[in-house]
Design a protein around this ligand. Sequence first.
Ligand SMILES: Cc1cc2nc3c(=O)[nH]c(=O)nc-3n(C[C@H](O)[C@H](O)[C@H](O)COP(=O)(O)OP(=O)(O)OC[C@H]3O[C@@H](n4cnc5c(N)ncnc54)[C@H](O)[C@@H]3O)c2cc1C
Length: 475
Amino acid sequence: MASGLKACVVGSGSNGLSAAIVLAQAGIEVDVFEAEQIPGGATRSMELTLPGFIHDFGSAVYALAAGSPFFSTLPLRDHGLEWVHSPAPLAHPLDDGTAVMLERDLAVTAAALHEDGPPWLELMEPLVKGWRDFAPEVLGPVLKIPKHPWLLARFGMNALRSAKALASRFKNERTRALFAGLAAHSFLSLDEPLSGAFGILMAVPAHAVGFPVARRGSQSITNALCGYLAKLGGKVTTSSRVESLDALAGYELILCDLTPRQLLAVAGQELSEEYKRRLRKFRYGPGAFKVDYALNAPIPWKASQCMRAATVHLGGSFDEIAASEKAVRSGKHPERPFVLLAQPTLFDSSRAPAGKHTAWAYCHVPNGSTFDMLSRLEAQIERFAPGFRETVLARHVLFPSGLESMDANLVGGDIAGGVIDLRQMIFRPTAKLYETSARGVYLCSSSTPPGGGVHGMCGFHAARRALARLQRLKR
Ligand SMILES: Cc1cc2nc3c(=O)[nH]c(=O)nc-3n(C[C@H](O)[C@H](O)[C@H](O)COP(=O)(O)OP(=O)(O)OC[C@H]3O[C@@H](n4cnc5c(N)ncnc54)[C@H](O)[C@@H]3O)c2cc1C
């Protein structure tokens, strides 16, 4: 479309690389500048504990990547990406020594939920069946003319409700607990509007595409994106932090895989005062306190069903998870945190020496927290897997500041690029969305729609906006 043009992308997270691919596909020469030594941002893996143990530094489980409308158009398999599915996407153990299972098959899940099967189906089934049409509708800007209004209306009917309100349709505490764990991915309090939408938005892809991990670790996703970008002629330069956009004067288009605070730092002089005022109002969300484990054995779950799932939610009942998330939203550290845990080596032996395992776990904490949650996080694992601590060969702890030091976009440990409440879902990060007040400068990180998660859709939409604008200017 526009050969002869030069563009650059600041940051090589999944959104930066997606933006670069869209531009390169349009015939534009693209350079990507990455601050860290290896590309990928929060989609990287590394030996964080012991030699031979590969850990996912950030993201680990990939419903949205496997179900991404953009990624599904790319030949990522040809560039080494392979999804590994556990037999069940998710397990949620309870204190009675059993686990509620979210199975890939909707009907099997519904049958196991007994009297809550029909309301589970009513909530999920149309969206699971229509995932291919539904995904592009929800993974983009909110304000648009929908191509599938019926599906969106189905979702919209419930989307604004809180998880607490939606869970009230379930009679069984087990189902309510399962839904709470899914909704807690929102980082919202479970009585806040929109928190219910996250419960649905996590469960629907779990049924439709599964919760896979990437063979050999998350880096395989980034490597596949980089491999395809290189084939299109794009170039990624690492260890190259952009301190000011002044250094990028030769580029007609600049796409920033940055959050608002960083955009202000690198582009401050080029932005209008009004736009800067709006960016400063952008709110970051709670942080994550993360621990990676090297283990000498699989986790000794009381509920053996947990061995069937790569992802395990630890928090017990709905009320307990709700209390944990409410505490975090009000700046406190829960005594019994909700813990998200992944155990990839049960299904992907390439990440650890023979017979050994890894685990990835985090809980939510207030933004920028310096409180040590290790004993509370491990108490939650021990509660459902007594003897867990004896399996630990080594652990690597990342406080919010540690996360941010390895990826500047994780401001205060916020893994989602900013709170996603109603206002910041629609105007993300401002009403201009991907555009900024500076000509040719765009934002393409998870601080733009649709927000956090590895799906590449922020980068995809940002680059499409930039291309559309270019075309309008050429006319
Ligand atoms: C602990 C954790 C767990 C998560 N779990 C999951 C999960 O299981 N599944 C899921 O889908 N999502 C998960 N996420 C969220 C997901 O990883 C992010 O939403 C996603 O990575 C956002 O991609 P991005 O491209 O917007 O930003 P990032 O991946 O953060 O990439 C931004 C890049 O920009 C670079 N950069 C920043 N400033 C500069 C600069 N000035 N110059 C040059 N480069 C710069 C950074 O180094 C980084 O490489 C998790 C994140 C974390 C941290």
